[in-house]
Design a protein around this ligand. Structure first.
Ligand code: NAD
Ligand code: TYD
Length: 354
C-alpha cells in the first residue's frame, strides 16, 4: 500500500506499554506525520511513559474513551485523520477473568465505535488505513508442537482473547462489508521497559527486588513466545507502510520459554545485578493455584512477515532481558508510582490466599 500521502495519524492507547513505544518510534522517525495519541489513562496508561517526546511539534495528546461514541465521532470530524493505529484495550488475562464485561466494553464496543467513526468520516477510502493491533491469543492454545499461522482458526479461550478475537472479526467485517481499508497484526507476548507490573516479567522483577514471593501459576510449564517490545513497534511500522490491505500478519520472536525457566533466568541475572548469592532469589519461587482456563502454549510462525516485508527480531532474548531488567532497576520511581494506587487492591485480590 502507498501511504506516502498519509499525514495525520490517530494512535489509540499510546500511553500504555506497547503504544508508548509505537508513538515514540513514529514521532521520532516521521517528523512529517502528525500523531494524535488518544488514551483514557486507565490504571495501565501513564503519560510518564512519553515524557521524552511530549513536546515534539508533531505530537499531541487527547484524553478520552474509545467507547464514547459522540466524543469519538467529534474527534474524527475535528482532525480528519488519514489513518488509525488502534492499540487501546484492556490487556490483562487475569483481570479479564475477574471482570469480563469491561473487556467486552473496551475491546469490542470501543473497536466498533472507532471503526464506525472511521467509516463515517472517510467518504473517500483511498489512501486511508485502519491498523488493528491484536494478539496471538485469539488462536487459542497449542500442544507441545506446531505454530500459529495466519491460517490457524480462531479459538479464543479467555474473556480477554475472546474480546480481542471479536474485535478482529469486526475489523475484518468492516473491510468486507464497507471496503474500510484495514490491516491486522497478531503478536506474541511482549517484554521491555514501561510494562505494567501485573504481567509476568515486570511483576517478577519487582518482586525479586523487594524479596517478595514469586507466584508461578500451576507447575510453571506453560510456554510463551517472547518478543522485545521495540521489535513489535518496528513490525507495526513495516506493516503500516508496506502491508497489504485486508491482510493479517503474525508477529513473534521465535523465542519460546516455559514460565518457570524464565523465572529462573530472571533470578540468576538479578542475583548478579543485586549482589546476591547465586540461588538466593530463586528461593522466593512459590507455586500457586493455576489460572482458570490457562492456555498451555503459544508459538507464532512469523514467516509471512519475514518473507513479504523482511522483518525479523533485532535482539537476542538474553540481551533484551538484560536491558529490560536494567531499565526497571534504574526506574524504581516509575514502579512506585504505578503500583501505589489501585494496584495494591488488585494484587491482594489476585494473589493473597491463592
Ligand atoms: P496496556 O494495558 O499496557 O495499555 C493499554 C492502553 O489503552 C492504556 O494506556 C490504557 O489507558 C488505554 N485504554 C484502555 N481502555 C481505554 C479506553 N476505553 N479508551 C481509551 N484508551 C483506553 O496494553 P499493551 O500491553 O500496551 O497492549 C496494547 C495492545 O496490544 C492491546 O490491544 C493488546 O491487546 C495488544 N497486544 C499486547 C501484547 C502484550 O504482550 N502486551 C501482545 C500482543 C498484542
Ligand atoms: P502474562 O504476562 O499475564 O501474559 P499472558 O497471560 O497474556 O500470556 O502471563 C504470562 C505467563 O505467565 C502465563 O502463562 C501466566 C504466567 N504467570 C504466572 O505464572 N504468574 C504470574 O503472576 C503472572 C502474572 C503470570
Amino acid at each position: 500500500m502507498n501511504l506516502v500521502s498519509m499525514k495525520k495519524i490517530l494512535i489509540t492507547g499510546g500511553a500504555g506499554f506497547i503504544g508508548s513505544h509505537v508513538i515514540r518510534l513514529f514521532v521520532n522517525k516521521y517528523p512529517e506525520y502528525t500523531i494524535v495519541n488518544l488514551d483514557a489513562l486507565t490504571y495501565a496508561g501513564n503519560l510518564e511513559n512519553l515524557r521524552d517526546i511530549e513536546n515534539a511539534p508533531n505530537y499531541s495528546f487527547v484524553k478520552g474513551d474509545i467507547t464514547d461514541e459522540s466524543f469519538i465521532n467529534q474527534l474524527f470530524t475535528d482532525h480528519s485523520f488519514e489513518a488509525v493505529i488502534h492499540l487501546a484495550a484492556e490487556s490483562h488475562v487475569d483481570r479479564s477473568i475477574l471482570d469480563p464485561l469491561s473487556f467486552v466494553k473496551t475491546n469490542v464496543i470501543g473497536t466498533a465505535v472507532l471503526l464506525n467513526a472511521a467509516k463515517r468520516s472517510w467518504k473517500d477510502m483511498e489512501g486511508k488505513l485502519f491498523y488493528h493491533v491484536s494478539t496471538d491469543e485469539v488462536y487459542g492454545s497449542l500442544g507441545e508442537t506446531g505454530f500459529f499461522t495466519e491460517e490457524t482458526s480462531y479459538d479464543p479461550r479467555s474473556p480477554y482473547s475472546a474480546s480481542k478475537a471479536s474485535s478482529d472479526h469486526l475489523v475484518s467485517a468492516y473491510y468486507h462489508t464497507y471496503g474500510l481499508p484495514m490491516v491486522i497484526s497478531n503478536c506474541s507476548n511482549n517484554y521491555g521497559s514501561h510494562q505494567f507490573p501485573e504481567k509476568l516479567l515486570p511483576l517478577m522483577i519487582n518482586n525479586i527486588v523487594h524479596s517478595k514471593p514469586l507466584p508461578v501459576y500451576g507447575k510453571g510449564e506453560n510456554v510463551r513466545d517472547w518478543l522485545w517490545v521495540n521489535d513489535h513497534a518496528r513490525a507495526i511500522d513495516v506493516i503500516f507502510h508496506q502491508g497489504r490491505l485486508g491482510e493479517t500478519y503474525n508477529i513473534g520472536g521465535f523465542n519460546e520459554w516455559k514460565n518457570i525457566d524464565i523465572v529462573h533466568l530472571l533470578c540468576s541475572i538479578m542475583d548478579k545485578k543485586l549482589g546476591r548469592a547465586d540461588g538466593e532469589s530463586a528461593k522466593l519461587i512459590t507455586y500457586v493455584k493455576d489460572r482458570a482456563g490457562h492456555d498451555m502454549r503459544y508459538a507464532i510462525d512469523a514467516t509471512k512477515l519475514n518473507k513479504e516485508l523482511g522483518w525479523e527480531p533485532s535482539l537476542q532474548f538474553e540481551e533484551g532481558m538484560d536491558k529490560t531488567i536494567d531499565w526497571y532497576l534504574a526506574n524504581e520511581g516509575w514502579i512506585q508510582s504505578v503500583t501505589s494506587g489501585s494496584y495494591k487492591q488488585y494484587y491482594e485480590q489476585q494473589y493473597t490466599s491463592r
